[in-house]
Design a protein around this ligand. Structure first.
Ligand code: URA
Length: 428
């Protein structure tokens, strides 16, 4: 039988810098999910955790309690299962080519994904720009598709970590999102409940990321890996650069189009490089000996993509939505692009309608920014630098303003910087 704790005692203990017991954590997460602990009490506790932190043991237990608040999925596919989670970036469409690539290599990929909020995009918003494509699948549909196609990218099922769904919404309105133990337990509770045997984390670092400095990204990556270890998951974190957008396209339909280019053997080199690097890490953790670069070049990943889209009622051959209005921003001078700031481009795309300010807002499928010159590329004065796409021309001025300090153009090329900055391996 669960010991009943007073919410006030649990809040007070954390407020005063104490370490919560396993029983206190289990009780408060369960009672909050059932509605016995009120939102205002959980808000106070979240703020106390934000200010006082949680130990690794508390974070692991908090994660377990959130997993236990709902269902834990299982995938009897006969193939090893592996997933990837990105902490979110600008132009981060990597799931789109990566998931079918890893499936084409022989692993099964059940990837429950999210929608965008703020300046980073969401995988489901991007895929929903494909006519007919359906994000909401039942557990039985996910299981069938995983067996037949080997890959599913869809919305989380309603029974998955309901404690996190409730708590994340509360944190969003109480300034308690940016807290490593709460972020790490939130991400890992969903990923562990999702039931894949292995997980690769793409922890973004730089201006367009949640974590802007290497030390912050390292702290989050280590917390995520520690939770994975504690729960017996094979896990690796790659810290990857998010100071500049990935690829040229930032938005929804434009990112799908760029992902299809990658799957057909072309596409921007940084998107190809990161896709192959993450695939190699996922296949290694899953114990599948395959060469992802060769499988990508063979066209098999593209065929798997088509099957994945069609299985979710999407038409892989349909024309993607186009914007009502396109505005071109010219280069102010000639030279080489020395810096292209990810956050500014993300904000511009968001203002154009590609992202949402509140969870319930719609997004424009055709909106976004195309970066026509990336760092290291030469431009002439007056040549097109950005293409701004939107259905709402009134939004252009705000996007242009967001891009005012986004680019440095210099006389010579900058030193190239690595895309994969660091790797943190789990215990298994
Ligand atoms: N993403 C999540 O799923 N949870 C957080 O707390 C932050 C980002």
């Amino acid at each position: 039988m669960t010991t009943t704790h007073s919410a006030v005692d649990v809040i007070r203990a954390k407020r005063d810098g104490g370490v919560l017991s396993d029983e206190q954590i289990d009780w408060v997460v369960d009672a909050y999910t059932r509605g016995d602990v009120a939102d205002e009490q959980m808000s106070a506790l979240a703020m106390a955790i934000f200010l006082r932190g949680m130990t690794a043991a508390e974070t692991a237990r908090w994660t377990r309690a959130m997993i236990d608040s709902g269902e834990r999925l299982t995938w009897p596919t006969g193939r090893p299962t592996v997933d990837k989670h990105s902490t979110g970036g600008v132009g981060d469409k990597i799931t789109l080519p990566l998931a079918p690539l890893v499936a084409a290599c022989g692993a099964a990929v059940p990837q429950l994904s999210g929608r965008g909020l703020g300046h980073t995009g969401g995988t489901l918003d991007k895929l929903e720009s494909i006519p007919g494509w359906r994000a909401a699948l039942s557990t039985a549909e996910i299981r069938d598709q995983l067996a037949s196609v080997g890959v599913v990218v869809c919305a989380p099922t309603v029974g998955l970590a309901p404690a996190d769904r409730k708590l994340y919404a509360l944190r969003d309105v109480t300034a308690t999102v940016e807290c490593v133990p709460l972020i790490a337990s939130s991400i890992m509770s969903k990923k562990i409940a999702e039931g894949a045997g292995a997980l690769v984390l793409d922890v973004k670092v730089g201006s367009g990321a949640f974590m802007r400095t290497l030390s912050e990204a390292r702290e989050l990556a280590s917390a995520l890996v520690a939770i994975g270890d504690e729960h017996g998951l094979r896990v690796t974190a790659l810290l990857t650069d998010m100071s500049t957008p990935l690829g040229r396209a930032v938005g929804n339909a434009v990112e799908v189009a760029e992902s299809v280019e990658v799957l057909r053997g072309g596409g921007p080199p940084d998107v190809v490089e990161l896709t192959v690097a993450l695939a190699a890490e996922m296949l290694s953790l899953a114990g599948v000996p395959a060469d992802p670069a060769a499988v990508l070049a063979s066209g098999q990943a593209y065929e798997t993509w088509r099957a994945m889209i069609a299985a979710q009622d999407g038409d892989p051959d349909a024309a993607l939505p186009t914007p009502a209005h396109v505005h071109v921003v010219p280069a102010p001078r000639a030279g080489v692009v020395a810096r292209l700031d990810a956050r500014s481009v993300g904000i511009a795309a968001w203002r154009l309608g590609a992202g949402r300010a509140r969870k319930e807002d719609p997004v424009q499928a055709g909106a976004g920014v195309v970066c026509l010159a990336k760092p290291g590329e030469r431009v002439d004065a007056g040549a097109p630098l950005f293409e701004l796409r939107t259905d709402t021309p009134d939004a252009v001025a705000g996007a242009v303003e967001a891009l005012a300090d986004a680019v440095d153009i210099a006389d010579s090329a900058p030193e190239p910087t690595p895309l994969v900055v660091e790797t943190i391996h789990g215990a298994r």
